[in-house]
Design a protein around this ligand. Structure first.
Ligand SMILES: [Zn+2]
Length: 408
């Protein structure tokens, strides 16, 4: 590992630089070409043309699904600056090239080679991939995409099955209101047979202030009936009924694997104030007797709420993935805040990279730098012992994920 870690020349810093990370929440990288203005649909399809044809790439530097305001570029952000600073050298450029120069070099090397370089440079030993987003709707293609990521990264790749995606496939394939719950249960059993976790995006679909109790069978049949009629009429098979979403979540709990839950910020499909994980306190209390770990993902700007929940509930864990990338050099502050109330055995590393592999790389690099700075400062101040700093960095970067997901 040649990743520049935090400043102090300590045992913790040395171990951190070499730490074989487990990225416990991440998506498949985009391996196609991202030069151009996005008009070919290679980007999110919403970015307008920008000077230099950088819009396709720029669309991944923001959680917005809108083009930047007139005359502005998403490169003028913490994440955009981090790309120019840290990703440029991986492609053989000096730090801080112009966006056009950067993307020109990327295109020259080819998207596959750039992806390979960034995934390798993460120094990650394993990725836990949410296969419900970024993948094609065709589950038959998934094994190929996962093995491509395995090959490009040289790391282990594990599957996390998204509950809503499974339900939407069941609805599209055709079922009855009365048969939906059983069909979904069977499909989840089948699709999650190789998975290490399931994931819920209930935060996006109805917010986290949902009724914490599992819905009754009658309620599920009624809600499924209304939804299936809508799908039959040619509507999108996007599940958004709170009763169905709660049913999927509880089916996920009963499946027995760790349940990942999106919380905090994300793309503008969500209403941020309804994504504070503290809104889910009643649900977390009800899950506790089931002995199933609940993994609060992203959490920012509610990572302090998440830290509190991780402290009071033995089965609750949290991360600050996504925020680390978007906060760039300020990620040290976010990482420090995530280590206020949360016990160190309850915090996990994730990149939540979704898009070009620059994001997978920056997730790892910025996290190593952030935690190196934070722990290094505590050691330098005499508050922490160097050996403890090394041990805690290794727990968060790797050990906690290995234990909770039983990766052995
Ligand atoms: Zn994600």
């Amino acid at each position: 590992m040649t990743t520049p870690a935090g400043p102090p020349a300590s045992r913790a810093a040395a171990e951190l630089a070499a730490l074989a990370l487990i990225d416990h929440h991440v998506h498949l990288p985009i391996t196609g070409d991202l030069s151009g203005d996005g008009a070919d649909g290679s980007a999110r399809g919403t970015a307008g043309g920008t000077v230099g044809g950088t819009a396709a790439f720029e669309a991944y530097l923001t959680e917005s699904d809108r083009p930047p305001a007139a005359g502005l570029t998403s490169f003028d952000s913490q994440l955009g600056t981090a790309v120019r600073r840290w990703c440029a050298p991986v492609l053989g450029l000096d730090p801080f090239p112009t966006p056009a120069r950067y993307l020109g070099r990327r295109a020259e090397l080819g998207a596959a080679e750039a992806t390979r370089r960034f995934l390798r440079a993460t120094g990650a030993a394993a990725f836990l991939v949410d296969t419900g987003y970024g993948a094609t709707g065709d589950p038959a293609l998934l094994p190929t995409q996962l093995s491509e990521m395995r090959e490009l990264s040289g790391a282990d790749v594990h599957e996390v099955v998204r509950l809503e995606t499974v339900a939407e496939r069941v609805a599209r394939a055709g079922t009855t209101a009365a048969g939906f719950a059983d069909r979904f249960g069977a499909a989840l059993q089948d699709e999650a047979r190789h998975a290490v976790a399931v994931k819920s995006v209930i935060a996006y679909r109805c917010g986290l202030d949902f009724d914490p109790a599992p819905p009754s069978h009658r309620e599920v049949v009624a809600a499924a009936g209304a939804w299936l009629r809508e799908v039959e009429r040619g509507g999108r098979a996007r599940v958004s009924d709170p009763v169905l979403l709660r049913h999927l979540l509880w089916a996920g709990v009963e499946r027995g694997l760790p349940v990942q839950v999106h919380t905090g910020f994300g793309d503008p499909d969500l209403e941020l104030h309804r994504c504070d994980p503290a809104l889910m306190t009643g649900f977390l209390a009800r899950v506790e007797p089931h002995g199933v770990p609940v993994m609060l993902l992203h959490c920012y700007p509610y990572h302090r709420s998440a830290g509190y929940l991780a402290q009071v509930f033995p089965h609750v864990f949290c991360d600050v993935g996504l925020a680390v990338n978007h906060a760039g050099t300020r990620s040290a502050a976010v990482v420090a805040e995530s280590l206020e109330l949360a016990p160190f055995g309850k915090v996990l590393y994730s990149s939540d990279a979704s898009g070009p592999a620059e994001l997978h790389y920056l997730g790892a690099l910025l996290w190593r730098r952030a935690i190196g700075r934070v722990l290094g400062e505590w050691v330098a101040d005499g508050d922490w012992d160097d050996a403890d700093a090394a041990r805690v960095a290794s727990m968060i970067g790797r050990g906690n994920a290995r234990r909770v997901y039983r990766l052995d």
